[in-house]
Ligand binder design. Structure first.
Ligand code: FES
Length: 104
């Protein structure tokens, strides 16, 4: 077994042409497999202090009625700060979005 430290030392010590041979092979395409994620029933929910989530292939359409790719699950921005609207890009965390979305 070769330790990562030994590989790193070999890479640093080898001439450039030799280094290429020491690198791991290119990624191989994945063989056809069963989907990893099961299909969800259509549903919508709210994450506290974060986004809306939609599951089950619910279509999302832009304001100008352009359809987005239909997916098994997606999250939609609820805080208004996403740079990838209508989808959540995690910006709610950076901006400290505070709406627990709990019934009053
Ligand atoms: S809710 Fe996640 S970026 Fe707005």
């Amino acid at each position: 077994m070769i330790l990562a430290r030994e590989i790193r030392t070999q890479l640093l010590d080898a001439p450039i042409r030799a280094r290429v041979k020491l690198l791991p092979p290119k990624r191989q395409p994945l063989p056809d497999r069963e989907p990893v994620e099961p299909s969800f029933e259509p549903s919508v929910g709210v994450e506290p202090n974060a986004s809306y989530w939609i599951r089950g292939g619910i279509p999302v359409v832009s304001e100008d009625e352009t359809p987005y790719e239909v997916r098994n699950r997606q999250t939609l921005c609820r805080c208004g700060q996403s740079r990838n609207k209508p989808f959540c890009d995690g910006s709610h965390k950076q901006f400290g979005f505070d709406d627990p979305a709990l019934p009053e």
